[in-house]
Design a protein around this ligand. Structure first.
Ligand SMILES: Nc1nc2c(ncn2[C@@H]2O[C@H](COP(=O)(O)OP(=O)(O)OP(=O)(O)O)[C@@H](O)[C@H]2O)c(=O)[nH]1
Length: 377
């Protein structure tokens, strides 16, 4: 159920309690002046019966928000008539008016205030014509005391409502922050967030020599995927790449999208050897990506690995080291992992049980891949 459809449920308890306590103030005023039974009955019905009729009426309408707007006009009409019925007794009139205006903000019905003002004035006018009230500026003690429950309810509701709004705001801020951290297409972390984590990890390495590595992954010939299948499929592939990378991470690893078809992974608490195996797993997983509509489409990635080093003064220097290993992987024929630290190549590290050796892998090309190769010149 939307907030819009739910409006009558939110206003019901509020209207029921406000009208009941407002009616109490009117009754207190009536007690101090000659009033016939008709005005007592009007007060009782408007204070105790009307809110329930309003709720039932709104609940049956297709558009409860509009029904609630009509109800709010009737509320204003009633309140206007109450003010005249109280002979404009200054203190209760001002209190009821102020509370009524404030509550329109809390219930979300603050717009169209001009028509509400019209209904309020209409109510005053109608009741004034009926009873011709004589203004009584002073309010007797009994009337003043009758205002207390209404004022207390209003203060409690105002603070509860503010607290609820602040909580909602805090939750939404958190959601926005989290959304800003994640790249929406690939669902790995955004570059900024990843960079922050890498900076913290490098700082930690400087302090405690903790082993940490980073991987830079570049998808091979990704431009061809876009050229041949279009950008929509390209996006779909990037999405699957993000998922594949995430599936290969250990619990401390953090993957980010560096930009375009380039990804980074921060492998915390990992020696170069551990990070190297994470990279091999990723390379393997990328090769398994399939798209149902284009079963011939294949993906591969080249990966550079660099361990944090005390000579790196910034994340940029660290990435540069991984980048040069990545370029070596590209130069060596792509679809491989190279470790910047010792220049080790995945040709040497590939486990035959799970990963075919790089020369075979580069030979495994579909017709489409061969077409792409030709198209690329
Ligand atoms: N569909 C899609 N394509 C993107 C996106 N971001 C970048 N690209 C494309 O990714 C391609 C990246 O190409 P390059 O990295 O220059 O080269 P490559 O074809 O991958 O070749 P190598 O990196 O040399 O193996 C470009 O064609 C970009 O337009 C994206 O969000 N969606």
């Amino acid at each position: 159920m939307t907030l819009h459809q739910d409006v009558h449920r939110r206003t019901y308890p509020l209207r029921a309690s406000y009208m009941a306590l407002g009616g109490l103030v009117v009754a207190a005023c009536l007690a101090y002046q000659p009033a016939n039974m008709a005005w007592w009955a009007f007060t009782a019905v408007s204070a105790l019966v009307w809110p329930h009729i309003a709720f039932l009426h709104s609940g049956r309408q297709r558009d409860p928000f509009h029904a609630e707007y009509v109800n709010s006009l009737l509320d204003a009409l009633i309140v206007g008539s109450w003010l005249a019925l109280m002979h404009w007794s200054l203190l209760p009139s001002l209190c009821i008016l102020a509370i009524g205006v404030a509550d329109r903000f809390y219930t979300g019905l603050r717009r169209r205030w001009l028509s509400t003002l019209g209904a309020l004035l209409g109510g005053m006018l109608l009741m004034s014509l009926c009873i011709q009230p004589e203004p009584q500026w002073d309010a007797p003690l009994g009337v003043q005391l009758s205002l207390l429950p209404l004022v207390i309810l209003h203060s409690a509701y105002a603070s509860w409502s503010t607290r609820r709004m602040l909580k909602t705001l805090a939750r939404q801020n958190l959601q926005l922050k989290q959304l800003g951290r994640v790249d929406p297409l690939t669902t790995v972390y955004s570059r900024d967030y990843w960079w922050k984590k890498a900076r913290a990890a490098l700082r930690q390495h400087h302090l405690s020599k903790e082993h940490t590595c980073l991987l830079v992954i570049d998808i091979d010939h990704f431009k061809r995927v876009n050229d041949m299948y279009g950008h929509i499929v390209g996006d779909e592939v990037l999405k699957l790449i993000g998922l594949a990378i995430r599936q290969c991470l250990r619990s401390h690893d953090i993957a980010g999208r560096y930009g375009g078809d380039e990804f980074t992974v921060l492998c915390k608490h990992a020696k170069a050897e551990d990070a190297y195996f994470v990279a091999l797993r990723i390379r393997d997983k990328l090769a398994q990506i399939r798209i149902r509509e284009h079963p011939e489409l294949r993906v591969s990635g080249s990966i550079g690995v660099a361990a944090a080093d005390s000579s790196f003064n910034s994340v940029a220097e660290w990435i540069k080291a991984a980048d040069s290993a990545l370029y070596s992987a590209k130069d060596a024929g792509r679809d491989q992992v190279i470790d910047a630290t010792d220049g080790k190549n995945s040709t040497l590290r590939t486990s035959p049980a799970t990963m075919p050796s790089p020369p075979e892998r580069t030979l495994v090309q579909t017709d489409a891949a061969a077409d792409l190769e030709r198209a690329d010149g």
